[in-house]
Design a protein around this ligand. Structure first.
Ligand code: DGJ
Length: 814
């Protein structure tokens, strides 16, 4: 619900939160409150939330002479103009025709709308009824009845500029989105230097600012810092949203934990350069800003033209990080992801990349697909290497025609054969790129983003196509339409493997080169929009060297994104935990790969690799043809387990418990003071009706003689009785090394022929957990697991729990 009290006070309510601001005497907007739901019946109710000003502090500027009681530098502003005395980071910055940079936006009018206004150049959140196109997404009862959007118009009268702040309320998910549109109502052109999407000013500095940072193969590592005076910046200049700093961030009241305390989650529906700023002012007020990164950005706006900023998504919860995440998950699933795959179970896939890299051909692929079919795989994906002369990463991007040496019958023949096996068929493409060694580059060198005649910095031997040029976008759409319709293709992995350098568009004039980064993103969205409309049945998976472009902009078109090229089980626990703060499990691709792992060379048990990968859109990426019989039969069971539980995993409520903390992370987890935190990871997914749940624990390293462990689920129905079990497993006797000699009548040399023969016939029993208990007991008390191996003997009453030991637990309600 949104209320406008006499154009003076604005109150935005979701089911559990309230957001309030007001217009002050001089016309600026003062932010008053964002937090748990409060009751505002009349505008006077908020008087006590307003800062009381009597004088402006020394050495500060008052806005004007009519009111000397305050300075804009020490007030919580809803939006800060540059140049009128607020010395903190501004929301907007521009150069007027006379060269001045001062802006002065004050309130003019406000209106409420019953539907979300359309965004012109960028994707945004949506209310399902608007876009459902006949599909039944009609659970948003308020559409058409209640106001969902507030538009506040601010004007700068000195320069005839209009700034509209737009707020949309997603009541049931406790989400409010914010964005801004600048319209140049003057007769002259202006240069926009920054237009952020969301500003949040708070009166105190008792916050922690959390960002998710990393690198290629090390995405989404959580970093917390308590804010103190100064500025903390997180963002990207890569041209993409970047694995170095994801646009999703948290701001929480110091002391919050997974299940307690106040936490805000904030994200941006944008796939290009972004910036998040957390600043504590000289007066100990905290300002948060997010939006397009002003570095490298400048946009010329002619008289009468407008510029819209990306939409920022924010939520508040007083139920800790898990509460915040649930809001975000529900919101992304319901108001970001679109189309056929929105709430649909994802197929178990097998991807050819780590099985064969570029060395593929039809017979090899069919063998792999057949091995996949035998273990229950549903979708076979041919990754890179199938087109042009693509035998390594030095050539052929842009030449989207089949390599007939590798696939003599073309895509169609391969796809038909895969389909005949009973599998769906998927394909890899990287449409935004061109190899210097390609026909496309030879024919259209001006289509690549380059500064003509100047040396170019290289990345994976490829250049970025200039998506500022509509002709290039048309070419990509045409080329992809041809590929996608040339065979029965059910899935497309859309890759993008380089960061931006030497940014320049031959299509744009010199004075518009500051627009290239942003125009690229707009071009990309246009392409994605056209192709997803043309191929609504295809399941698209975004990818950018793993998670280099994992954001809500991509998810507005593609329902899932490959989370990381690194599938090492231990790393993936921390990365998937990282993603889970802001993104639902259905949106991240997770695969079981080979051991030793191709990125870390770490060895890990198949059980651990599966237990981690199962918490996401799941698949395999290894050469099944080379695996042992026992491994294949374990994989067959895994696939069956995933199929049985994927509805709970993909669309239930996800809870983080204890967390494994990686070397590069910096968090306050020790404050949470939970036994095992840091070394143990605990996840639980609970179905929406709370009748079933699946949980997982994993330990990083064995601690000697630490025998007892517990698993503590969260989110169960406290009144329901659950049957709690684990999977009955048997372990390879070789896992126990030469301890085999403690039981063998004859001496067995490790790894000898004899050892291998024994291992083929004798396996060690795994422990069984089997309880019936009410949800309140499980949630409050946890389950005391069987004693772990402690160097003193082993049988089925002992838990085999080594480095990277892990278990899945299943809870079925009566
Ligand atoms: C980078 C992706 O992240 C990988 O999964 C794989 O598709 C390669 N590109 C192929 O070149």
């Amino acid at each position: 619900m949104i209320r406008n009290f006499d154009n003076e006070v604005f109150v935005l309510d979701t089911d559990n939160t309230t957001y309030i601001f007001r217009v002050i005497k001089t016309g600026q907007l003062e932010h008053l409150y964002y937090g748990g739901k409060i009751t505002v019946e009349e505008k006077e109710d908020v008087n006590c939330l307003c800062e009381q000003h009597a004088f402006a502090p020394g050495c500060s500027a008052t806005y004007n002479n009519d009111d000397k009681s305050f300075t804009l530098d020490d007030i919580r502003l809803e939006m800060s103009s540059f140049g009128k005395g607020d010395l903190r980071e501004p929301f907007i910055e521009m150069v007027h025709a006379d060269g001045s940079r001062t802006c002065d936006f004050v309130f003019e009018s406000a209106k409420l709308l019953k539907a979300k206004s359309e965004m012109k150049t960028l994707p945004g959140a949506y209310f399902p009824d608007e876009n459902s196109k006949g599909e039944d997404y009609s659970n948003f009862e308020s559409i058409g009845k209640e106001d969902v959007e507030l538009q506040v118009v601010l004007v700068d009268k000195s320069y005839n500029q209009k700034l509209t702040l737009i707020y949309d309320v997603f009541a049931h998910e406790d989400v409010i989105t914010k964005r801004a549109v600048l319209t140049n109502e003057s007769d002259e052109e202006i240069r926009l230097l920054r237009l952020m999407s969301n500003q949040l000013d708070f009166g105190s500095n008792d916050y922690t600012f959390t960002t998710f940072n990393g690198a290629w193969a090390r995405e989404m590592q959580r970093n917390d810092r308590r804010v103190t005076s100064g500025k903390y910046l997180s963002g990207s200049q890569d041209g993409v949203s970047s694995s170095k700093a994801n646009p999703f961030v948290m701001l929480y009241k110091n002391g919050a934990t997974e299940n307690t305390g106040e936490c805000m989650g904030i994200n941006l529906i944008y796939s290009g350069n972004h910036l998040e700023i957390c600043e504590v002012s000289s007066f100990y007020k905290t300002r948060f800003l997010t939006g397009i990164n002003p570095t490298g950005f400048e946009f010329l706006i002619k008289s009468g033209e407008s510029f819209e900023s990306p939409e920022s998504v924010m939520t508040y919860s007083d139920k800790g990080f898990n509460g915040m995440s649930h809001n975000m998950h529900n919101f992304v699933r319901e108001h970001i992801v679109r189309g056929k795959w929105k709430n649909k179970l994802r197929p178990v896939l097998l991807n050819s990349w780590e099985a064969a890299y570029f060395d593929i051909n039809e017979s090899k692929l069919l063998k792999l697909a057949k091995a996949g079919k035998d273990v229950g795989i549903e979708l076979f994906v041919m990754d890179d290497g199938w087109f042009g002369n693509r035998n390594d990463d030095t050539s052929s991007l842009g030449d989207w025609y089949v390599n007939k040496k590798k696939l003599p019958g073309g895509l169609n023949a391969l796809a038909s054969k895969v389909k005949k096996m009973g599998l769906d068929f998927g394909i890899w493409v990287e449409p935004e790129m061109v190899s210097v060694n390609s026909d496309l580059y030879r024919n259209h060198p001006d289509w690549a983003m380059e500064i003509k005649g100047k040396p170019h910095s290289e990345g994976r031997n490829q250049r970025i196509l200039d998506l500022c040029n509509p002709e290039v976008c048309e070419y990509i759409v045409k080329a992809m339409k041809e590929v996608f319709s040339s065979a029965d293709i059910s899935y497309v992995k859309w890759d993008m493997n380089r960061i931006f350098t030497d940014v320049y568009s031959a299509y744009l004039p010199a004075e518009k080169q500051g627009e290239v980064y942003h125009r690229y993103v707009m071009g990309l969205y246009k392409i994605m929009g056209e192709l997803t409309k043309e191929f609504p049945e295809i399941l698209f998976e975004g990818c950018s060297s793993g998670g280099n472009r994992f954001d809500l902009g991509i998810l507005s078109f593609f329902p899932q994104i490959w989370a990381s090229d690194d599938t090492d089980a231990l790393y993936r626990v921390s990365a998937q935990t990282g993603y889970s703060y802001g993104y639902p499990l259905s949106t991240f691709g997770c695969h079981v790969s080979a051991s030793p792992n191709h990125q870390t060379l770490r060895k890990s048990p198949l059980q651990a690799r599966f237990n981690v990968a199962t918490f996401g859109s799941f698949g395999y990426e290894l050469n099944l043809c080379d695996l042992k019989k026992e491994e294949l039969s374990e994989i067959k069971n895994q696939v069956e387990t995933y199929k049985n539980w994927r509805d709970v995993i993909l669309f239930g409520d996800f809870y983080r418990g204890r967390r494994i903390v990686m070397h590069g992370e910096h968090t306050d987890y020790r404050n949470e003071d939970v036994f095992g935190h840091g070394n143990i990871n605990e996840w639980t997914c609970v179905s929406k009706d709370k009748k079933s749940a699946v949980g997982m624990i994993m330990q990083a390293l064995v601690e000697p003689n630490k025998q007892y462990e517990f698993y503590k689920p969260t989110g169960l129905d406290e009144k329901i009785k659950y049957h709690f079990t684990n999977e009955g497993k048997r372990y390879n006797i070789k896992n126990f090394g030469d301890l085999v000699n403690t039981a063998s009548p004859i001496h067995v040399k490790q790894d000898s022929l004899l050892h291998n023969i024994i291992a083929r016939h004798v396996t060690m029993p795994g422990e069984r957990e089997d309880y019936v208990a009410r949800g309140d007991i499980l949630v409050r008390g946890g389950v005391s697991l069987k004693q772990a191996f402690g160097g003193t003997g082993y049988d089925e009453s002992v838990r085999y729990f080594q480095d990277l030991g892990s278990r899945l637990y299943f809870m079925e309600g009566e």
